[in-house]
Design a protein around this ligand. Structure first.
Ligand code: MLT
Length: 308
């Protein structure tokens, strides 16, 4: 780079994969604190209340979806917004696997109970007696509804087939033909009502925005098969929590597993709260950061926008 060439200024709002960022350090000034930044790279920090730097040209989200970004305001100002769809798909898929097993086999309560044995002697008979309270069903042969058949939903659906589950895919926005890579044994001809009424498990993989807020509402929850387990490794706001709490309290929903706890879910019964770990793998973090870093470089240097 010649000395006269402009050096772009980039700010990061969360921890972003270091290797991906190292690609920027040669050509861009990183973590500029003044109001002159050209681009922001963000992970899950909420940008809605943030004062936007005057010269901002690009916001890249190292994650999938843009619900923490004031997309309308940025678009009106001509600021380009990019994200990294699918970068975390494998990480989320594997977390769904653990959510399915944790909730079905009562692993969370079982581990808590096991720790009560600390300090006791001759625990063998106590384990054998205690384990009876944690009997839980196998996944094979059970019905699961995968709501949302984008990059993550397709991986989850195929994984569930591998577990021997009966998989019902549903996507409120795309026709299922668009869900490329979906194994043909996934049943896709059923609507959301059928899925709510018949599935033992529901797993949510739709984006969160104004039209999907409280997507699982009182009406849909009222249709749920008794004891249904709901897994939400997408976004907390997709579920109407007041309606869900009622459904859990009256026994129609068996359990709720959420990878984005809030004050309410932390105190709800039969709810397993995971602290937003879906994309917390080195692989997902690196994929997301690389996707965004490549986009920011290409836009600031060449004016190219990657459509995803
Ligand atoms: C994602 O959308 O990929 C994650 O929510 C990002 C994160 O874990 O911060």
């Amino acid at each position: 780079m010649s000395h006269t060439e402009k050096r772009f200024k980039i700010k990061t709002l969360n921890n972003i994969d270091a290797y991906a960022l190292s690609k920027l350090t040669h050509e861009f000034t990183l973590n500029h604190s003044d109001s002159e930044v050209d681009a922001i790279i963000v992970r899950s920090a909420d940008m809605h209340q943030m004062d936007l730097p005057e010269n901002l040209k690009f916001v890249g989200r190292a994650g999938s979806g843009v619900n923490n970004i004031p997309i309308n305001e940025l678009t009106e100002k001509g600021i380009v917004v990019a994200n990294a769809p699918g970068a975390n798909a494998n990480g989320v898929k594997e977390l769904v696997l653990s959510a399915l097993i944790m909730s079905s086999r009562n692993i969370e309560s079982a581990l808590e109970w096991t720790q009560t044995l600390v300090g006791e002697s001759d625990i063998g008979p106590k384990v054998e007696a205690g384990k009876k309270q944690f009997v839980g069903p196998e996944l094979a042969g059970k019905k699961i509804g995968v709501i949302g058949l984008g990059a993550i939903g397709v991986l989850v659906a195929n994984m569930c087939l591998g577990l021997g589950m009966d998989v019902y895919g549903y996507d409120p926005y795309l026709s299922v033909q668009h869900a490329l890579g979906l194994n043909p044994s996934t049943k896709t001809q059923y609507d959301i009502d059928y899925i709510m009424q018949n599935c033992d498990y529901i797993t949510l993989h739709i984006p969160y925005n104004d039209s999907t807020k409280n997507y699982l509402n009182a009406e849909l929850l009222a249709e749920a098969k008794k004891g249904q387990i709901i897994i939400n490794c997408a976004r907390g706001g997709l579920v109407d929590l007041n309606a869900l709490e009622d459904a859990i309290n009256n026994g129609s929903i068996g359990k709720y597993v959420v990878d984005f706890p809030d004050e309410k879910t932390l105190t709800m019964k039969n709810t397993i709260n995971i602290p937003h770990l879906g994309a917390s793998t080195p692989e997902s973090e690196a994929n997301a950061a690389n996707m965004v870093v490549n986009q920011v470089m290409d836009y600031l240097k060449n004016g190219n926008i990657h459509h995803s």
